[in-house]
Design a protein around this ligand. Structure first.
Ligand code: GDP
Length: 454
């Protein structure tokens, strides 16, 4: 949640505003300066905009005519984490020297400031409001904290500053991290897809160490037999890891046999991705990468699944390294969403490369399930915006304010900002590529959604 700190000299109505925002009578409010002594935090809501508000009343010392060191120190500490400061003055009294002093000090801070003209009920604050333009914080929000007037005006001032973060917080509050962890601890759901004859059945049989797919009952295959639970001994760690293998050959038997075989492999893959976390697309080394393969690969990525590619029949491949590099280049060219999709040379017949492939599948699932902490994410975001600021079509800069990771599996990010309709696709790609390269999502499909606050 964004944090908003209320600042102002004694007796301008900070505590009244705090209570108004929090909606509860939490603190003593008195006409005597400095009656509230504790720093107070509260959850505030204006028209659905939720934030945490901090009241600095009571940080003053007894001399209301100076900006006391104690207040300054505490306020400085609070300002560090604050997303906005409400700088309150008494519009009926107008600006005092102390207001001016606070204003000077606030201008040196980094926090965005919303000037708040309090006690402005009726037109009694008009002169003070006019005077306050000289502070350089723009037009004040004219309110009456006591009578609850002008809160909509305050909202209009606050929203551009903290709206994005508030909406991001709402998205984040819906994330169930325990659920995510449980999924990662469960069996790896793996599908092996590819054109007919690529060697899928041979590969699965090799992995399982038995002719299980061939010996299964031909007719009346049950739904359960589509998923094969299996324990893979990880040669690296020596541990056994659980895998649920999705048998697309089994699914094919359930599919319409009237469909053409080539079409069928795409349909198989489509069904498999519904089940799988990681999908291995099996190529045939003796045939190379064909357009059908790219079609399947792109479909897997569009569905948001983690994709790996294995070139099978490596035992009979000719010109191995040229073949490998050729496929590597063709993939980078042909897969719009991901550069550097993991590529393996394997042989279902001899078993070569299979353990590396399976090990990599676990790693890929981890990247696909990864959550970047919001603070780290926004540090990267700020750097990326600074290195390459968004354009300003027609002289008006597009403002990008905040980013949050809305989901994992696949990783999906929401970028908040204004004037997003004019953001060029190339800039969106710049952000996606940055997320991939800098935040550890190289090999997984990444989604970025742009959102203007309501
Ligand atoms: P599927 O249609 O993808 O399930 O393919 P199959 O597993 O039925 O294999 C098709 C053909 O390729 C069979 O004749 C297999 O023996 C052969 N094959 C599969 N994997 C390999 C391999 O790694 N090396 C070689 N040399 N042949 C393979």
């Amino acid at each position: 949640k964004p944090t908003v700190i209320i600042i102002g000299r004694p007796n301008v109505g900070k505590s009244t505003l705090f209570n108004r925002l929090v909606g509860k009578r939490l603190a003593l409010v008195d006409d005597q300066p400095g009656v509230t002594r504790d720093r107070r935090f509260g959850d505030a809501t204006i028209a659905g905009l939720e934030f945490q508000v901090v009241d600095t009343a009571g940080w003053e010392d007894d001399d209301p005519e100076s900006l006391p060191g104690r207040m300054r120190k505490q306020t400085e500490i609070s300002l560090e984490g604050a997303d906005a400061a409400l700088f309150v003055f008494d519009s009926r009294v107008g600006l005092t020297p102390l207001d001016e002093e606070i204003a000077r000090w606030l201008r040196e801070q980094e926090v965005p400031v919303v000037l708040v003209a309090n006690k402005a009920e009726g037109s009694q604050g008009d002169a003070g409001i006019y005077e306050s333009f000289s502070l350089g914080f723009g037009e004040p929000a004219a309110i009456s904290a006591e009578h609850g007037e002008g809160i909509a005006d305050l909202f209009d001032h606050l929203w551009p500053i903290i709206g994005a973060k508030a909406e991001a917080a709402e998205i984040e509050s819906q994330i169930d991290e325990e659920d995510e962890e449980a999924l990662l601890a469960g069996p790896l759901k793996l599908a092996i897809v590819g054109r007919p004859n690529a060697g899928k059945s041979t590969l699965i049989n090799r992995l399982l160490g038995e002719d299980r797919l061939l010996t299964g009952p031909e007719a009346g295959i049950t739904r359960d037999s589509i998923a094969i639970d299996w324990e893979w001994p990880d040669p690296k760690s020596g541990e056994t890891r659980e895998i649920r293998l999705i048998d697309t050959a089994g699914m094919r038997k359930r599919a319409q046999v009237t469909e053409k075989l080539e079409k069928l492999s795409v349909a198989d893959a489509r069904r498999a991705v519904d089940f799988a976390e990681v999908v291995v697309l099996l190529l045939d080394a003796t045939r190379g990468l064909e357009s059908q393969d790219l079609k399947i690969a792109n479909m897997v990525l569009e569905e948001g699944r983690a994709l790996m590619i294995a070139i099978n029949k490596w035992d009979v491949a000719e010109g191995a390294s040229a073949l490998f590099n050729g496929i590597r280049d063709a993939l980078n060219e042909g897969l719009a969403q991901v550069r550097g999709v993991p590529l393996f040379a394997v042989s279902a017949k001899t078993g070569k490369g299979l353990d590396q492939m399976i090990g990599a599948a676990f790693e890929l699932r981890e990247a696909w399930s990864r959550r970047v902490p919001t603070a780290a994410l926004n540090r990267w975001f700020d750097d990326a915006l600074e290195a390459n600021p968004p354009p300003a079509p027609g002289g008006r800069r597009i403002k990008l304010r905040y980013i949050t990771q809305a989901s994992t599996r696949p990783p999906r990010f929401v970028v908040f900002g204004t004037r997003l309709d004019s953001l060029p696709k190339s800039y969106e790609r710049y952000l996606v590529n940055g997320i991939r390269a800098k935040l550890g999502f190289e090999a997984v499909p990444v989604r970025v959604v742009l959102k203007s606050p309501k």
